[in-house]
Write a protein that binds this ligand. Structure first.
Ligand code: GAL
Length: 349
């Protein structure tokens, strides 16, 4: 008589324990949502911080993520990667401090089965091996060429009869503010802006190429030196990014060579790359002649598409962006001047 209810009780307890175990496996032992870690080379970089703001705002709510800032130190970034590598992350998205470190990062991650997407700072060609290693960045050659296209359109067909050939020698005296040495964007933009301008029929005399490491303050100091050296001879400045263009402008404003005002006409044009908020503002003010969009919105879109494909194991044949050599996604960008500025400031709002 007593045995029956006992068995019933045991059944209920057993069922209860099974449900608890299932719940524990779901919540305790394994994680609830996919986890992604972002590693950023330096959060104080204007372009990168804008891009990160944009990407993190668009990460689907069912994905949890963390962001680590290396403060421009590869040693710090290595440490940050080591700290997270055994912690069940489904994907690392890495903006490497030093491009040369990428192959050992890939090796480490592949050993632990963590897929990697690099962005903005391109790994060397042999670093990306295996199936789960990718790079997303700007089409560096094209952005440099478009800087030249912009200058050429401004100068017109007959440079020597334009107001821009200040010494009337029919040669463009140009100065280049270069980004960080060895960075693919700095090297390729520098080469391509000049070679394209020549290919378009201009004679170009590069007075100086000076690296200012993408930084506004360093470019201010570089322009101080360059203007002291070349002064009026400068007819064009190609800056590898907007922040350096703005540093040059800061200096030229401080010595009254550039002027704020309704005319927006300066003694020579400065052309940047990026399309950061401050860059666009300077175009509006007539200080920066123009820039080429380093299309962070689309680069972010490509990174998020890779995140989705990798985490949910989607068919890569359906991937919405072109993949070069199985590993690289390059995003092109368009010219921005005062004429089409409204389109971009609307996006930024
Ligand atoms: C470039 C960008 C620069 C800087 C650099 C950092 O693509 O134009 O402004 O952010 O990346 O790696």
């Amino acid at each position: 008589m007593r045995i029956q209810p006992r068995i019933k009780e045991l059944w209920v307890i057993g069922l209860f324990l099974a449900v608890c175990l299932a719940a524990a496996i779901q919540t305790g032992c394994s994680k609830v949502s996919p986890m992604v870690a972002f590693f950023v080379y330096d959060g104080s970089d204007t372009f990168i911080s804008e891009m990160m703001e944009d990407i993190t705002a668009r990460i689907p709510p069912d994905i949890s993520f963390v962001v680590r800032d290396a403060g421009n130190s590869q040693a710090v970034q290595n440490q940050q990667i080591v700290e997270l590598i055994g912690k069940s992350y489904d994907l690392f998205i890495i903006n490497a401090v030093d491009r040369l470190a990428c192959s050992s990062i890939v090796e480490k991650c592949q050993k632990e089965g963590v897929p990697v997407v690099f962005f903005n700072r391109e790994p060397l060609a042999d670093a990306l091996t295996g199936s789960n290693a990718f790079y997303v960045g700007a089409a560096a050659d094209s952005l440099g060429k478009k800087q030249a296209d912009m200058a050429a359109a401004l100068f017109g067909n007959d440079f020597s009869h334009s107001p821009y050939d200040k010494n009337g020698d029919n040669v463009v005296q140009a100065v280049i503010l270069k980004g960080e040495q060895g960075h693919q964007d700095a090297e390729k933009r520098t080469d391509n802006c000049v070679s394209r301008l020549k290919a378009l029929g201009f004679s170009v005399d590069v007075l100086a190429v000076e690296s200012a490491n993408w930084r506004r303050q360093e470019a201010y100091e570089a322009m101080d030196r360059l203007y002291t050296l070349f002064g009026e001879r400068i007819e064009l400045v190609f800056a590898n990014n907007d922040d350096m263009a703005l540093g040059a402008i800061d200096y030229l404003l401080s010595v009254n060579v550039f002027k704020r005002g309704p005319s927006g006409v300066q003694p020579f044009p400065i052309v940047g790359v990026d399309g950061t908020e401050v860059g666009l503002e300077a175009i509006g003010e007539g200080l920066l002649y123009g820039t080429v969009n380093n299309d962070s919105a689309n680069q972010g879109e490509a990174i998020l598409a890779l995140l989705d494909s990798i985490i949910y194991n989607r068919d890569m044949n359906e991937f919405p962006f072109e993949i070069t050599n199985n590993h690289y996604v390059y995003i092109d960008g368009d010219i921005i001047t005062k004429e089409n500025l409204a389109e971009y400031t609307k996006i930024a709002e």
